[in-house]
Design a protein around this ligand. Structure first.
Ligand code: FAD
Length: 448
């Protein structure tokens, strides 16, 4: 059976549903496919922390209500970076919500359906359809029957495993990265737990650095309402960590902090840890959310970026369809806007993730205790600010005798400044991309 539409979207997570609402708002007819049943859409293993600023912005752009009371488990005000000694920590403002992903995801889906988006659930997409050098739809299986979904624009919103992007022929659109290797994602395990007594993490999300947790090295505890916490950890299963069980590492770390609790939900999943794909378009195709590595490589915050990327994708799809041109040139604006919205920040956070990984839990405690690392150093502004010679000198003195840490931080600061500058210069013309990318990759290669 062949189905046709203006836009076909693979995946009804936040990226896919935002893309569907955005495209439908502009009068496009949209088919949204997900392998889950309609009722399970939105249910996803997640830390569930969502930035207020991002979600308000997206809600306005999509003309939908911001998260409603029944969709919010708790409010967040602060992110705490903690080490072995709980007294030694850095607090950062982090205004947001602990969101119930399933309930919120179901509401977003309802918003899409009310705009005449056609949902095809229980339907597993396997490959893209490519004709004359352009993606013109996808092949999927529903109830053991193979179906074709043909469209002017295809959006891959299928999450980290990126079923369309990774199934494109190698020689198709060389500017698009088409792989998914073990270097590209972290395996995670997370639990939502109910404690016997209340906790002291209301309004807080805590990244607890532990020396026995492989890089990036922390277990998280997010205050999720009265007596409730969302906890988890994750790391790349590569090199010496390949055989480690994420679940076991999590339980070993967890027992130091909480042991007497009921598990409301405990599951594993994967999240991308690379900088965003600076090019996430190919002829007829836009890649959004985790499928384009849009999550923050340090904190795994990907819900907000997925919503934003989907919103932009719907708008750019409309512009291309209006022109009747679906080549890279006509989709390039998507990359430009993603870079402006969060691509530049997430490119910097990759460097911060690598630095924290190299420093390790014990030295991080030293740096925080000696006030060599301050609150401002862990923000995008802090990463790219100019430091006076006097404050640098003060840090040098405090860092003695671990001067290698200061050298590492200095190298990182230099890399982040260069990355920020290059992000500003992201080309509006796709023909300048290869040159731009070479410059960017050189900085990462020198640092990582
Ligand atoms: C343990 C963990 C903790 C996290 N914590 C946070 C956090 O606290 N805050 C935050 O902002 N982000 C967090 N994230 C990241 C966040 O969950 C993702 O970035 C976000 O869900 C990405 O949205 P998406 O729409 O791109 O992909 P997804 O949410 O993964 O949605 C993809 C959809 O595609 C569907 N699909 C997949 N393959 C196919 C196929 N072949 N055919 C049809 N449908 C398909 C899936 O069923 C799914 O519905 C966390 C992730 C993990 C794993």
């Amino acid at each position: 059976m062949v189905n046709t539409s203006d836009v076909v979207i693979v995946g009804a997570g936040p990226a896919g549903v935002a893309a569907a609402i955005s495209a439908a708002n502009q009068g496009l007819n949209v088919i949204l496919i997900d392998s889950k049943s309609k009722e399970r859409i939105g249910d996803k293993v997640c830390g569930e922390a969502l930035s207020k600023k991002t979600v308000l912005k997206v809600s306005k752009m999509l003309d939908i209500d911001p998260p409603r009371e029944e969709e919010i488990n708790a409010k967040i005000e602060t992110m705490v970076v903690r080490t072995g000694d709980p007294e030694i920590n850095i607090e950062l403002p982090a205004i947001g919500f602990m969101i119930n992903r399933h309930i919120y995801g179901q509401r977003l889906l309802k918003e899409a359906l009310s705009r005449n988006v056609k949902l095809v659930d229980n339907c597993k997409v396997s490959t893209p359809i490519i004709e004359k050098g352009r993606v013109v739809g996808v092949i999927a299986k529903k109830a053991d029957k193979e179906e074709e979904f043909r469209a002017k624009i295809t959006i891959d919103a299928s999450g980290c495993r990126a079923v369309i992007r990774t199934n494109l022929p190698e020689d198709f659109s060389p500017r698009l990265y088409k792989k998914l290797t073990k270097n590209d994602y972290a395996s995670c395990f997370r639990e939502i737990i109910e404690l016997k007594e209340d906790h002291d993490l209301h309004g807080k999300i805590v990244l607890q650095y532990e020396k026995d947790i492989p890089e990036p090295g922390y277990i998280w505890f997010f205050g999720d309402g009265k007596q409730r916490l969302n906890c988890g950890t994750g790391f790349q299963k590569i090199g010496k960590n390949e055989q480690l069980s994420v679940k076991q590492v999590y339980f070993n770390a967890m027992k130091k902090y909480y042991s007497d609790y009921n598990v409301i939900d405990g599951r594993g999943d994967v999240v991308p840890v690379q900088p965003p794909l600076w090019n996430a378009v190919a002829p007829g195709l836009i890649v959004v959310g985790d499928a384009a590595f849009h999550a923050d490589p340090l904190t795994a915050e990907g819900h907000g970026p997925a919503l934003l990327a989907g919103t932009i994708a719907g708008k750019v799809a409309k512009q291309a369809i209006e022109k009747g041109e679906y080549d890279i040139n006509n989709l390039w604006q998507y990359n430009v806007e993603v870079m402006k919205e969060f691509g530049s920040d997430n490119s910097l956070y990759k460097i911060l993730a690598v630095v924290l990984k190299r420093i390790g839990a014990e030295d991080l405690e030293f740096l925080i205790r000696k006030r060599v690392i301050k609150q401002s150093d862990l923000s995008v502004e802090g990463l790219s600010k100019k430091e006076s010679i006097f404050s640098l000198l003060a840090r040098v003195i405090r860092c003695f005798p671990k001067m290698y840490l200061l050298l590492l931080m200095k190298k990182a600061l230099s890399a982040t400044k260069q990355i920020k500058n290059i992000c500003y210069q992201f080309p509006n013309d796709y023909r300048e991309y290869e040159n731009w990318k070479r410059k960017m990759e050189l900085i990462y290669q020198r640092f990582i």
